[in-house]
Design a protein around this ligand. Structure first.
Ligand code: 13P
Length: 338
């Protein structure tokens, strides 16, 4: 393991003003997204969609890296250049999702365990040859009546740490993603309590499994009320609760924290990130690794064939999130930004 290389890549991922595009939707998830624009999910449509995003002019100013799905990492631009090679030529770091999804956890109703450790060393070795420099593994924690259990949190944290160990062994920076879902009617306080416990467990497991904290990235949820909650909270409360929770649980040796958007609207996710970056001093870089918040408008504008409109929207939301990295995004800016 070459530590300085892992650290170099991790730091480049959270370079000032930049963040990640999560374009690693599995085939079943991208089908759900395409259904919303009435587009059939063929291999060529999936390629053309990712091609539209990746070839957007100027995004290299705000996008440090892209998380791809197995199929995407093997695909090419319309000009025949492998995506990983194309992105690297623009200074954008290629990454790969390596987990094989959250599956029902035996004997634990309403909870999941993320699968994909078997054969992972060999897959990492191949992904490295295909150009991936970082990886992602997502664990999913549900909040509901009697859930989450300690058992599900521990099992998912252990799998995250085993994945991270295999990634670092192969010289690939692990993004460790324990996502506490915002489905359900729970309060912000309940989300904070669960996120605290999840992060404490994850970092205990990471230490136990000898993960080098300077060569990894954390991808957490924000501390936020459930989508069905009726309690009113302000964006400032979300920002303060999230930073408070992270300061309690995330060692300063971790170079960066890159949030998921998790079903927040693009404007909400961007505002929350901007507000958090105003709460200086912070011991780590706070950035984005958004899927839906970066892609929603772009996909709706593209609709399968409008390349220029799709790229305009993707460029706009990349730029706005770049501004949020230094606290410079204000509500309403999305109406003016070109
Ligand atoms: P969202 O930003 O849409 O939550 O996706 C990020 C991601 O990679 C989830 O695993």
């Amino acid at each position: 393991m070459n530590l300085s290389e892992l650290e170099r890549v991790a730091r480049a991922m959270v370079a000032p003003g930049k963040g990640l595009l999560a374009a690693d939707e599995s085939t079943s998830t991208i089908k759900k997204r395409f259904d919303t624009i009435s587009l059939e999910s063929t291999e060529e449509h999936r390629r053309a969609y990712r091609d539209m995003l990746f070839t957007t002019p100027e995004i290299d100013k705000w996008i440090s890296g892209v998380i791809m799905y197995d199929e995407t990492l093997r695909q090419k631009t319309s000009d025949g250049v492998p995506f990983a090679q194309y992105l690297s030529s623009r200074g954008i770091i290629p990454g790969i999702k390596v987990d094989q999804g959250a599956k029902p956890m035996a004997l634990f109703p309403n909870e999941t365990i993320t699968e994909g450790l078997d054969g992972l060393r060999e897959r990492f070795s191949e992904y490295g040859k295909l150009g991936a420099r970082f990886a992602k593994w997502r664990a999913v924690i549900n909040i509901a009546e009697g859930v989450p259990t300690y058992a599900a949190i521990e099992a998912n944290a252990q799998a995250l740490a085993r994945y991270a160990a295999l990634a670092q062994e192969q010289g690939i920076v692990p993004i460790v993603e324990p996502e506490v879902l915002m489905d359900g009617g729970h309060t912000l306080e309940r989300c904070e309590e669960v996120t605290d416990l999840v992060l404490a467990t994850v970092f205990r497991q990471l230490r136990l499994q000898r993960i080098e904290l300077t060569g990894m990235i954390l991808k957490p949820n924000m501390v936020i009320a459930g989508k069905k909650s009726t309690a009113r909270t302000t964006p400032e409360q979300v920002a303060q609760a999230t930073v408070r929770c992270l300061k309690r649980q995330v060692p300063a040796a971790v170079p960066g924290i890159m949030f998921l958007s998790g079903g927040q609207s693009p404007a909400e996710a961007t505002l929350h990130l901007s507000l958090m970056n105003r709460l200086q001093p912070l011991p780590w870089q706070l950035s984005f690794s958004y899927g839906r918040a970066l892609q929603e408008s772009a996909m709706n504008a593209w609709r399968g064939n409008n390349l220029a409109a799709g790229q305009r929207e993707f460029r706009k939301w990349s730029h706005l999130n770049g501004l949020a990295r230094t606290g410079g995004f204000q509500p309403g800016m999305e109406q003016q930004a070109a």
